[in-house]
Write a new protein. Structure first.
Length: 206
């Protein structure tokens, strides 16, 4: 089974690219959803975070107060490192379980959609890495529309993230998504065909 890791900056349009691959029958793991699952009430990960940060990070229903946690970690680098190291551990465990299940099901290609592909160490489980990039002004507009932020807030988020070169240096494929869906679709088709030709990753292909 071939594993493609897809990453990129906020607002670059990773989701649109992964949706095109899903239309081809490829299963994609959205690690943003996984990150929310690992801190659901009753999970071991949430228990570790509560032991460290205190019960004040819980809402009345037992779920994690994300705004409270954010207010703690974004003003303290060490606390942020603890949060990411802890959650990444459990995200990777879930990811490995998912990969095992997909291999049992006989998938030939699967995708790990991970904004923090390299930071979490998920790239170590990928045969190939692909980054989706877009111009800053386009990313800012998407972030503003999606998250209801001001231009200043959107640009602050963009400036806090790794630049294009960081991703291009680490990835086998670079895809630009500045809004032309037709062009993006053709790029997805091309990459899909290239991956399907890598027969050495498919035990059942003659």
């Amino acid at each position: 089974m071939l594993v493609l890791g897809v990453t990129g900056q906020s607002g670059a349009g990773k989701g649109a690219f992964c949706d095109l691959l899903r239309q081809k029958g490829i299963h994609c793991l959205d690690t943003d959803k996984t990150a929310r699952q690992v801190v659901e009430p009753g999970t071991e990960c949430l228990g570790v975070l509560v032991s460290h940060f205190g019960k004040d990070i819980l809402l009345d229903d037992g779920s994690m107060d994300r705004k409270k946690v954010a207010s703690i970690v974004f003003s303290d680098k060490k606390e942020l490192e603890f949060l990411t190291k802890t959650t990444h551990k459990y995200i990777i465990e879930k990811m490995k379980e998912w990969l095992f299940e997909r291999e049992l099901e006989g998938d030939k290609i699967v995708v790990i959609d991970a904004p923090q592909l390299f930071d979490a160490g998920a790239d170590l489980y990928c045969n190939f890495k692909l980054c989706v990039l877009a111009d800053k002004n386009i990313r800012a507009r998407r972030i503003m529309e999606r998250d209801g932020l001001t231009l200043e807030q959107a640009m602050a988020r963009i400036d806090s993230q790794n630049g294009d070169e960081y991703f291009k240096e680490r990835c086998d494929y670079t895809v630009y998504n500045n809004g032309d869906l037709g062009k993006l679709s053709k790029t997805a088709d091309k990459i899909y065909r290239e991956l399907m030709e890598k027969k050495e990753y498919f035990d059942d292909i003659q």
